[in-house]
Design a protein around this ligand. Structure first.
Ligand code: FAD
Length: 476
């Protein structure tokens, strides 16, 4: 270790356990300064989300408290990282900046600017990117021809063979911050011009590393074993760890290790889902243009309809299809939605309403606590049948009623999020519009008054969607 100072630049790795940049910096430098740079322009950018930013600010407050407990603290700067980091490095005489690399086009462009600014500083400051955000190195897997993967199954096979890095413990003690250094303070959400629109009582998860570790513990000990069987069960069945994984309150690599140690079918299925997360980061790393357009070139010719009323009905959960409405209302109240509901609502937007997947992508980014450019974009393209891992469009047109019957057989999910249907009997809950007048009276739910009649006819829209996809050249 040299008598030098390093900056550890926290981004979306808001934890102290298993934090490779922190561990590397501590091993090589006598003094380590943890910093978060808040770029207000980005927080208010294309995918601005009051809910997700509020969650992030709470995670940062907890990170600061945990750093202080260990003798350090979080330094906060507001502005462009390429200006703030070299300025801070100059102020404290830092020789290096360590960070965990990321895969989105925004992160890559930002990091490139930071590297050049650090290299141009007097004296120059070393830029040290490294692992931390993914299970494995998402830049590494290569097809036999040497290119990146665009199909999940072979990616998954190659990914399983990649070596894994060591999982690190939380450091017990940290070096103090340099005397006299201005710490800076986190802004309030209001100061950023944002509001948290989630329901305070329905929020999916509590922010911060401690809550994340408790939730992971409970999940791995109590439910992992049933995951292979239950992961499509809408009322529960999955871990709900995604907000923590997105903000890095949990380490994906550590989650993998802990699941693998437990072993069994559930663990295998869970690790496979973590591979999907790495897969979409891999895809975006190699195809940054996917953030704005369809991965499949021929699908860029698909004609999307425009209808603000239909879009608003979808966004508000007023489509008349109980499962679609339950999912959309869960999203808006809690900032999270079950994966099966994301698939059904995504299929409904793009195949039943014939609306552009980008409208759904943006709406999800506004509300999701786990809103993640790579996973959200990749999954939206998947369900819209325009992305990587292609399949004929007809295979990804989901029938909301059938999906509900299969994955919410007792109606627990739908009744929780669509209370006007609470008293509709199970047999009618998937298609409440089929209730007779008498049945509606008995259920206390008049279709068209208390709960909407379906806004489209699924069978008809399915045929229309297939025509549209066929016209664009899909094999459907
Ligand atoms: P679990 O089933 O417990 O899985 C464990 C972890 O694996 C998840 O936390 C997540 O990190 C990862 N994972 C699981 N499924 C996927 C998947 N299909 N793609 C990528 N990673 C996966 N996930 C996000 O993290 N952010 C998003 O913005 C996002 N947008 C989506 C949009 C659509 C239209 C769809 C269909 C899926 C989207 N997903 C997104 C993927 C998936 O729905 C969520 O990761 C999952 O629902 C999170 O719940 P969980 O933590 O209980 O997952």
């Amino acid at each position: 270790m040299t008598d030098s100072t390093a900056i550890v630049w926290f981004r979306r790795d808001l934890r102290l356990h298993d934090h490779p940049p922190l561990v590397r910096a501590l091993a090589a430098h006598a003094r380590v300064v943890p910093v978060f740079v808040l770029d207000p322009a980005i927080v208010r950018g294309r995918f601005a989300s009051g809910a997700r930013t509020a969650f992030m600010l709470d995670c940062l407050r907890e990170l600061d408290a945990d750093l202080r407990e260990r003798g350090s603290g979080l330094v906060v700067r507001e502005g462009r990282p390429e200006r703030e980091l070299p300025a801070l490095a100059r102020e404290i005489g830092a020789a290096a900046v360590h960070w965990a690399s990321d895969a989105t086009p925004y992160a890559i462009a930002r990091d490139r600017r930071v590297r050049s600014a650090l290299a141009a500083a007097q004296p120059a400051v070393a830029a040290v990117p490294g692992p931390g955000n993914f299970v494995a190195d998402v830049g590494r897997p290569r097809t036999r021809a040497g290119g990146p993967y665009t199909v999940f199954t072979p990616f998954h096979r190659a990914w399983q063979q990649l070596e894994r890095r060591t999982v690190h413990r939380t450091p017990a003690v940290l070096p103090p911050l340099p005397a006299g250094l201005r710490r800076g303070a986190l802004p309030s959400l209001a100061a950023l011009g944002l509001t948290d629109e989630l329901s305070p009582t329905a929020r999916a998860v509590e922010p911060g590393e401690r809550a994340a570790r408790r939730a992971a513990e409970r999940w791995l000990d109590g439910h992992l074993g049933d995951y292979a069987r239950d992961h499509d069960r809408l009322a529960g069945g999955t871990s709900a760890l995604s907000p923590y994984l997105h903000h890095g309150c949990l380490s994906a690599r550590e989650c993998e290790q802990r699941a693998v140690r437990r072993g069994g079918e559930g663990a295998e299925a869970f690790v496979r889902q973590l591979a999907w997360r790495d897969f979409y980061a891999h895809v975006l790393l190699h195809h940054p243009e996917d953030v704005r357009r369809e991965h499949q070139e021929r699908m860029r010719a698909l004609r999307w309809e425009r209808d603000d009323e239909l879009l608003a009905a979808w966004q508000d959960g007023r489509t008349g299809f109980p499962l679609v409405d339950a999912g959309m209302r869960q999203l808006r109240a809690s900032g999270w939605m079950h994966n099966r509901a994301r698939l059904v609502t995504g299929s409904f937007l793009t195949k039943d309403l014939q609306l552009d997947w980008r409208a759904g992508e943006a709406w999800f980014m506004r509300w999701l606590l786990d809103g993640d450019v790579a996973s959200n974009n990749g999954n939206w393209q998947w369900i819209a049948s325009v992305g990587v891992d292609p399949a004929p469009a007809f295979r990804r047109i989901l029938n909301p009623a059938l999906q509900q019957r299969r994955h919410d057989p007792d109606g627990a999910y739908v009744r929780r999020w669509v209370p006007e249907l609470a008293r509709v009997p199970d047999a009618l809950l998937t298609e409440p519009w089929l209730m007779s007048e008498q049945q509606q009276r008995a259920a206390g739910c008049r279709i068209g008054a208390d709960y909407p009649a379906p806004i489209v006819d699924h069978a008809h829209e399915r045929r229309r969607a297939l025509e549209r996809y066929r016209a664009a050249g899909s094999e459907s």
